[in-house]
Design a protein around this ligand. Structure first.
Ligand SMILES: Nc1ncnc2c1ncn2[C@@H]1O[C@H](COP(=O)(O)OP(=O)(O)OP(=O)(O)O)[C@@H](O)[C@H]1O
Ligand SMILES: [Mg+2]
Length: 191
């Protein structure tokens, strides 16, 4: 099974992935953790470009789109291997992040056509102001207006693709409980 956590910056994906992973392991399951972008060569290039001011230009946005698709194409073998070993794959972001963050969804769909999609997507939906307040005092490049658009895109994607939506304005423990309720029946475990 391939489970993915999606949501805007500061929605709590990394925090919740950690908690979910530990909870699954406590139950005796083997877990394979994925963080996009990965440590592959295209993944490293993505991180490098993201720190550059040119990242927001249309040309570099398209370069990023292609690199993310390449990074996922490389990742796919690792996900398949993990699944063959009966591991639960849990992922911080997926192809849906590209759709939510980037323009031209048709093109994004096309270049990600052969990418394996997650079996279960949990959207951590959070108010943008609340999300940004979590980065106070830390470096952060996305602004509220941009994140409003991304959040809207995510909610539309959730409707179209049957994501589970969790209210991520709540505290860390409550969000974890809500995620457990969604995942439990799929792994045959009581909450
Ligand atoms: N439910 C929550 N309530 C309050 N603070 C939270 C909550 N979840 C996470 N945080 C805090 O908010 C910050 C961002 O959380 P986290 O890194 O998990 O978000 P993220 O979705 O992975 O963000 P990014 O997309 O930028 O990687 C961290 O400092 C984390 O401790
Ligand atoms: Mg994170």
């Amino acid at each position: 099974m391939y489970v993915c956590l999606e949501g805007i910056d500061g929605s709590g994906k990394s925090t919740q992935l950690e908690m979910l992973g530990e909870w699954l392991e406590e139950y005796g399951l083997e877990v394979f953790r994925v963080f996009e972008p990965t440590q592959s060569p295209p993944g490293k290039l993505i991180r490098e470009i993201l720190t550059d001011s040119k990242a927001s230009t249309p040309q570099y946005q398209r370069i990023l789109g292609l690199l993310f698709a390449a990074d996922r194409m490389i990742l796919m073998d690792k996900i398949r291997d993990a699944e063959k070993q009966n591991k639960i794959v849990i992922s911080d972001r997926s192809f849906y992040s590209s759709l939510a963050y980037q323009d031209d969804p048709e093109w994004i769909q096309e270049i990600n056509r052969y990418i394996q999609k997650p079996d279960l997507v949990i959207l951590l939906d959070v108010d943008t102001r609340q999300a940004l307040s979590r980065f106070e005092g830390k470096d952060h490049f996305e602004n509220q207006k941009f994140l409003e658009g991304v959040r809207k895109n995510y909610l539309e994607l959730a409707q179209k693709n049957n994501f589970f939506v969790v209210n991520a304005n709540n505290g860390v423990r409550k969000v974890h409980e809500d995620i457990k309720i969604i995942v439990s029946p799929r792994i045959g475990r009581c909450v």
